[in-house]
Design a protein around this ligand. Sequence first.
Ligand code: R5P
Length: 227
Amino acid sequence: MAQTTSSQNQAKQQAAEAAIEFIQPGMIVGVGTGSTVNYFIDALANIKQEIEGAVSSSEESTERLKAHGIPVYDLNGAGALQVYVDGADEITPQLHMIKGGGAALTREKIVAAVAETFICIADESKQVDVLGNFPLPVEVIPMARSYVAREIVKLGGDPVYREGVVTDNGNVILDVYNLHIEKPIELEYKLNQITGVVTNGLFAARGADIALISNGTTLKTLHKDSK
Ligand SMILES: O=C[C@H](O)[C@H](O)[C@H](O)COP(=O)(O)O
């Protein structure tokens, strides 16, 4: 049965608060973007005296972190990151994900690449066996939009321009419908090979290491490679 908004919010909050257990004193924490991450940022504020600060994956999260008085560092100066916490639009049992529903995918992918451990926080509605029911976001350099769309059609997808949206990097988003993604790592690489694509919302080559999934009352912890 589909979750109601309030129980879904409760689930997001439970997953987000569970991620606090992974935060050690003195850390600079990698912080994702979205409604689930907003609960994480709020929970992080309760232990802000214990951490050094955060590296953020979007202007939206930066604003929320700063509003809580959490120092935000530039990734280039932060060095290694132990932990990155972020949500997902879809996640499989292999901890492959679709992300970018909020257009924050590229910076998310960069911070995730740096972090030693990616912790995905999600309500259980995000769990799927095969990715692709959620339209796959692709960030594209504006002048390449039509060309990239035609190339995506050749790969079997139906790209739709997300009108009125400009990413934090000044680019546009194509949402790709009607994909049934049996081989997410392969598709992730193929899409990135199209000239004009900045990145795509498949987080499979670098998926999550741990997923904290909640239904609002029960929390489930999944590990990459666990059967
Ligand atoms: O661009 C947005 C991000 O990838 C989000 O992490 C993703 O869309 C999940 O967001 P939410 O927690 O709001 O469902």
